[in-house]
Design a protein around this ligand. Structure first.
Ligand code: GTP
Ligand code: SPV
Ligand code: MN
Length: 595
């Protein structure tokens, strides 16, 4: 939408939603503090002990609003085919009329906040401006942490187009009615994208990616569709810098599905002396080729919205240090000392806490202390290992791309693609066990190509083609090398075979050396495996049997995997690139020949 249209658009939405008040956000600390104060009075926020965790708050959501709602997420392109077989679709006109009904009067009794924000550094030509109109002060405060929000954006808007987003919790208040701590619409939710007109409408949820429209809605679903047209990539990827003991540095990006280890890898604390990881981003990467033929990435976000359970000083000390102050904690437990707790935070659980449902909790309780998708929201600049180049307007040059998922079986600890198009097959073939990041069954294996299943704003078959084309047109020698990793393989007793977390540095080191042209690994039908003696396993307490199992190549299982992939690819019909089919047939041939 053009900048001249800002005022008209806001007026239109105000007359549709009928809020009692309109507040234009300037993004100042005073404004943030005031909103927090109001939310404390309202019962939405509970201040934590300022001695322990300064300027930090706990929020408890409605139990009917705790995660992304993929079943209620829509891509409304003109043609159903352009949304593709993996997205929910409705005719845009039909959806618009539905939305107009839902939004009519939906903000009665509430304040509409006008939230101007920028995804990416203000001085970067990669960045995109958006305006979110919302009736949720929780969303406003979260957007102030997760994006560049406020006054400077009003300046940018004088000359720049913007993506309009309308968000309502979908719970109007009749005159005099008392509000609840977490307003939402427990029955009806719609997270809707119109890629052709670059519009976002979100109704009924106040939680995470449903409500912070700059994140998944703009930076992935809308941006991926823009990126296809403009020749770049908007990806569900972390970005990290890796420095070796000699001080040489490379950057890499990694796509893992939701709650499969991006934040942890992005902030990894190395167990190998002299090796260091620094964080550029933990969830989203926008990447494009520079004039020098290298791929450059920026992190469009300004904060971390990270999974709380499992985060501790031993698993992810840098995340723990990042959330020492100025945080919003949603659906974690409250200790008797006025601090936060979640499963895995400490070895010894507290004797008593108030859990995410507001109930008394003890270690004997049947209920969880924290919801499995409970999250912290903190500014990225608080991360002790934030990369010096994290706000570089030109981005950082990417030397390696990792794909991975949560696979208790079959997938090896690491393998390297033969080349770019084989790497695209590795990305397209990601399957992963589902997690609590999305509403629905947890732990069942599903396809999640490029970790983008819930986030691709157009036909996934065309997305595969886009990835193939983008690589074909470049100097092959300068393309990032592509790898597949799996930290989650389990033994017969259901225990993880690989220690993971800080020990993942051993694989990053191997990747570093491959980028620097160290010897090629062992060729297998599915890719190059490392020669065991090229992996640095010094002082790693791992059983040799476990190590063997992590790289055990189960021929039968892989043939089955390929047959299943053939079936899956059929859903894309004529939109499946023939090149990708060829890559799959070549894989099948290699498997047949090696049996
Ligand atoms: P989103 O924010 O949903 O996109 O998630 P994410 O990909 O950033 O995942 P995150 O790093 O928050 O990790 C999610 C869960 O996986 C947490 O419970 C972690 O403890 C666990 N996890 C992360 N890395 C490892 C690892 O190397 N090994 C094992 N076993 N678990 C891990
Ligand atoms: C994810 O689910 O991948 C997240 C959390 O990063 S949310 O912002 O809620 O989508
Ligand atoms: Mn994510």
């Amino acid at each position: 939408m053009h900048h001249e249209q800002v005022d008209d658009w806001i007026k239109e939405v105000v007359s549709l939603c009928q809020p009692d008040h309109v507040h234009y956000c300037n993004g100042s600390l005073e404004e943030y503090n005031l909103l927090c104060k109001q939310m404390v009075l309202q019962g939405t926020m509970i201040p934590l002990d300022p001695q322990k965790r300064p300027n930090s708050f706990l929020c408890r959501s409605d139990p009917a609003d705790t995660a992304r709602v993929e079943e209620r997420t829509f891509i409304c392109s003109q043609k159903e085919k352009d949304a593709g077989p993996t997205n929910h679709w409705l005719d845009p006109t039909e959806m618009k009329s539905k939305l107009l009904k839902l939004f009519s009067g939906c903000m009665k009794g509430r304040t509409l906040y006008v939230v101007p924000f920028c995804m990416g550094p203000l001085d970067s030509s990669f960045s995109k401006v958006g305006i979110q109109l919302t009736d949720s002060p929780y969303a406003v405060c979260s957007m102030r942490i997760m994006t560049r929000m406020g006054q400077p954006i009003w300046e940018l808007l004088k000359t720049r187009d913007f993506v309009p987003g309308i968000h309502s919790v979908g719970m109007p208040l009749s005159a005099g009615a008392k509000d609840v701590a977490w307003p939402c619409n427990a029955k009806d939710k719609y997270i809707v994208h119109f890629p052709e007109t670059q519009e976002i409408w979100s109704y009924g949820s106040g939680y995470g990616g449903n409500a912070l429209l700059g994140k998944k809605c703009l930076s992935l679903r809308i941006a991926s569709s823009v990126a296809r047209d403009e020749g770049w990539l908007a990806e569900h990827m972390l970005i990290l810098g890796l420095t070796n003991p000699e001080g040489e540095k490379i950057y890499m990006a990694a796509a893992f599905p939701s709650a499969c280890g991006k934040t942890n890898l992005a902030m990894l604390q190395s167990t190998l002396p002299g090796w260091k990881v620094e964080t550029v981003g933990d969830d989203i990467a926008w990447m494009r080729f520079g004039k020098d033929g290298r791929l450059y990435a920026i992190n469009p976000e300004a904060g971390f919205f990270g999974v709380a359970p499992g985060t501790s000083l031993s698993s992810n000390p840098n995340a723990m240090l990042s959330l020492s102050k100025n945080g919003i904690f949603t659906n974690v437990a409250l200790t008797d000392q006025g601090d936060i707790w979640w499963e895995g935070l400490t070895k010894e659980p507290p004797n008593h806490a108030i859990n995410w449902l507001g109930h008394n909790w003890t270690p004997q309780s049947k209920e969880k202390a924290a919801h499995p998708n409970s999250r912290f929201t903190v500014p990225a600049q608080q991360c002790p290992v934030i990369d010096p180049a994290w706000e570089d307007p030109n981005g950082v040059p990417i030397s390696a791309i990792l794909f991975g998922g949560r696979r208790s079986q079959v997938a090896p600890l690491i393998c390297e693609a033969f080349n770019w198009s084989h790497g695209v097959l590795l990305g397209a073939s990601i399957s992963s066990e589902t997690t609590a990041a999305s509403v629905g069954k947890v732990g069942h294996l599903r396809h999640d190509p490029f970790a983008m299943l819930p986030f691709c704003g157009y036909n996934m078959g065309d997305y595969f083609q886009h990835w193939l084309s983008i690589g074909e047109n470049q100097n092959q020698a300068l393309l990032p090398k592509i790898f597949y990793v799996n930290w989650f393989r389990k033994d017969k007793n259901g225990h993880f075979l690989w220690p993971g977390f800080g020990e993942n540095i051993r694989l990053l080191k191997w990747i570093f050396e491959r980028v620097k042209h160290a010897q090629v690994g062992v060729k297998t039908p599915i890719g190059f495996f490392p020669h065991i003696d090229t992996l640095d396993l010094k002082n790693l307490p791992i059983d040799i049997q476990n190590l063997k199992e992590l790289f055990r190549f189960d021929h039968e299982a892989w043939l089955k995997e390929v047959e299943e992939m053939e079936e899956y690819f059929k859903i894309f019909g004529e939109n499946l690139p023939s090149k990708l089919n060829q890559e799959l047939s070549s894989l099948k041939k290699r498997l047949m020949l090696s049996s």
